[in-house]
Design a protein. Structure first.
Length: 123
């Protein structure tokens, strides 16, 4: 009987061959998804899949940062104006909710007072 060691429960490597699918054994990363035999616990074989997975993640993060810089350069001022307009609207909505809440609280207090007076008269 062979003992086998799983490198981790998440078999997805993050490569472009199968992003997020967890597919095993694609051409680009077949070795990464293999199982390690306990009797051949070569440390290099154990860490290489981690390095590959980390490199895919790092490249993806770098690409995201590069795109963010270009989007900022191309559309930053417009997006700033849009964000300002959105924040202004959210601020107005917030103030309206506070006023509505105050009006409900005031009504609640008036109704409680009326009900209190009514119950005193009935005694």
């Amino acid at each position: 009987m062979e003992n086998q060691f799983s490198q981790e429960d998440d078999d997805s490597c993050g490569c472009s061959c199968h992003p997020g699918s967890g597919a095993r054994g694609c051409a680009g990363c077949g070795d990464m998804h293999g199982r390690f035999k306990m009797e051949s616990m070569d440390p290099l074989e154990m860490v290489m899949p981690m390095w590959y997975k980390a490199s895919f993640a790092a490249y993806s993060q770098l690409m995201t940062e590069k795109l963010k810089k270009r989007i900022e350069a191309a559309s930053g001022p417009v997006m700033d104006k849009m964000a300002d307009a959105l924040m202004e609207s959210i601020g107005k909505d917030w103030q309206a909710m506070i006023q509505k809440s105050s009006a409900k609280k005031e009504l609640h207090e008036k109704l409680a007072k009326i009900m209190g007076e009514s119950s005193q008269k009935q005694k």
